[in-house]
Ligand binder design. Structure first.
Ligand code: 13P
Length: 347
């Protein structure tokens, strides 16, 4: 006997509603899904030991920030965090959903090198994904994230890297949707390198074209997904850096060519940009009032960096660190409307 796994109409409706809520106007996503090795790196910058309790305390501080729900629609969690609770015993997923913030979960298992390439990578985690999603949904998650990494270099990205990463992103997305989980599809083009803006435009174009070709082939419901890409920028070591207006123009030009209007929203990653620059770029893009999709944020470092620095691992700094996080979220909330300004930044 054969069984058919199909995304039915009720599920599609739920996926579409969740996806639209994730990119609600004036709001964006907080990426707090650092794996344990990554959060250790972040804690090292403020000399805080990465113990399970310190990670729990830090995430509780983020999620209970007063008013954060005004500017944050969803939070991406790491496996450990989705299983943790606040000091008063309430699970984090409930703390978030009680505030109207949608809990999400990082489901990829990191990168592995692709044989026969110059150290290009593909993302692992498809084996057992379906069963893991059942558990994550029961724990309260309504969306997921999978990060693929594309690098620009000599003969890079290769056709092989583009094909494998597009294929696994689409496999992941189709599996998520069959479980009623909205997939965040993250093909991150690394900012590292001396490449020009034009080089990044070409890499973004081929990457997005390959990703959408696979998504359509694998029958992913475009209305029930969110794209999480890098902005189109020169490499961080390129001598010719450009104005946020140019970044906005290039990004919108490439995305209009490759991202179907059926996709409800594009939530950019910050990828190593400073907090303020990430806000300025988003703001510049949202000055354009004729876009087919919501242009939002799903920042990790650009939302958390200032807050981490204010916290310094001291309980006494909790209130101040929360104010700093709220401020960053508010600035990005204003950038969702193209209304960010130095007055808002300096309030
Ligand atoms: P950054 O905004 O720090 O790039 O993190 C976003 C993210 O989720 C990367 O996978």
């Amino acid at each position: 006997m054969t069984t058919t796994i199909q995304v039915n109409d009720t599920l599609i409706k739920e996926l579409e509603e969740t996806a639209r809520a994730m990119v609600a106007p004036g709001k964006g996503i907080l990426a707090a899904d650092e794996s344990n090795p990554t959060i250790k790196k972040r804690f090292d910058t403020i000399n805080v030991e990465s113990t399970e309790e310190n990670r729990r305390f830090y995430r509780e501080m983020l999620f209970t920030t007063p008013g954060i729900e005004d500017h944050i629609s969803g939070v991406i969690l790491f496996d450990e965090t989705l299983r943790q609770s606040a000091e008063n015993g309430t699970p984090f997923s409930k703390i978030l959903s009680d505030k109207g913030i949608i809990p999400g979960i990082k489901v990829d298992k990191g990168l592995t090198t692709i044989p026969n390439t110059m150290d290009e990578t593909v993302t692992q985690g498809l084996d057992g994904l379906s069963e893991r999603l059942d558990e994550y949904r029961a724990l309260g998650a309504r969306f997921a994230k999978w990060r693929a990494v594309i690098q620009i270099g000599t003969h890079q990205p290769s056709q092989l890297s583009l094909a494998l990463n597009a294929h696994s992103l689409a496999r992941y997305a189709a599996i998520c949707q069959s479980k009623g989980i909205v997939p965040i599809i993250e093909p991150e083009i690394l900012i590292n390198g001396s490449h020009t803006l034009e080089r990044c435009e070409r890499a973004a174009q081929v990457t997005l074209d390959r990703v959408f070709e696979e998504l359509i082939l694998q029958r992913v419901v475009l209305e029930g997904m969110i794209l999480k890409p890098s902005m189109v920028t020169p490499g961080d070591k390129c001598p010719e850096q450009v104005d946020p207006k140019i970044v906005a123009q290039s990004t919108i030009k490439i995305f209009k060519r490759s991202v179907p209007a059926a996709v409800p929203g594009i939530a950019f990653l910050s990828g190593g940009q400073s907090s303020k620059l990430a806000t300025l770029h988003l703001n510049a893009m949202n000055k354009d009032k004729h876009l087919p999709w919501e242009l939002s944020f799903s920042y990790g470092r650009a939302l958390q960096e200032d807050c981490l620095a204010a916290w310094k691992g001291e309980r006494a700094n909790k209130g101040m660190a929360q104010k700093v996080l709220f401020h960053r979220a508010k600035c990005n909330g204003a950038a969702r409307f193209g209304e960010y300004s130095s007055e808002i930044e300096n309030q």
